[in-house]
Write a protein that binds this ligand. Structure first.
Ligand SMILES: [Zn+2]
Length: 107
């Protein structure tokens, strides 16, 4: 068990999660307890009758007990606004379950 004293943690703190859930890749984990998560979505262009790939990028809270690193595939969920640009929280790191997460990213 990780000793988690984060009040903005959905498991040990007082943060309640609700709303949409997204799966994305952590592109930056340099900020204090914050990660940037990016995922792709398909946007339909009526003129060409085809889909175009567009990206969504949001900042998400990274609690002590989750500790998502750069390159991780994470599950994020909407929550109350934690700061001006942050209204998502990382609820799960998905590639940790398979093991050897660092090796799979490099290769
Ligand atoms: Zn926690």
């Amino acid at each position: 068990m990780v000793d988690c004293k984060d009040v903005n943690c959905p498991f040990h703190g007082k943060l309640t999660v609700h709303g949409r859930v997204f799966k994305g890749v952590v592109t930056s984990a340099k900020m204090h307890k914050t990660v940037t998560v990016k995922w792709e979505r398909k946007y339909y262009l009526q003129k060409y009758e085809r889909f175009e790939t567009r990206f969504s990028k949001v900042k998400a809270h990274n609690p002590d007990c989750v500790k998502a690193k750069e390159g991780d595939i994470v599950l994020i969920q909407e929550c109350k606004p934690i700061s001006k640009t942050k209204h998502f929280v990382v609820i799960k790191v998905l590639n940790k379950q398979k093991g050897n997460s660092n090796q799979t990213i490099k290769s």
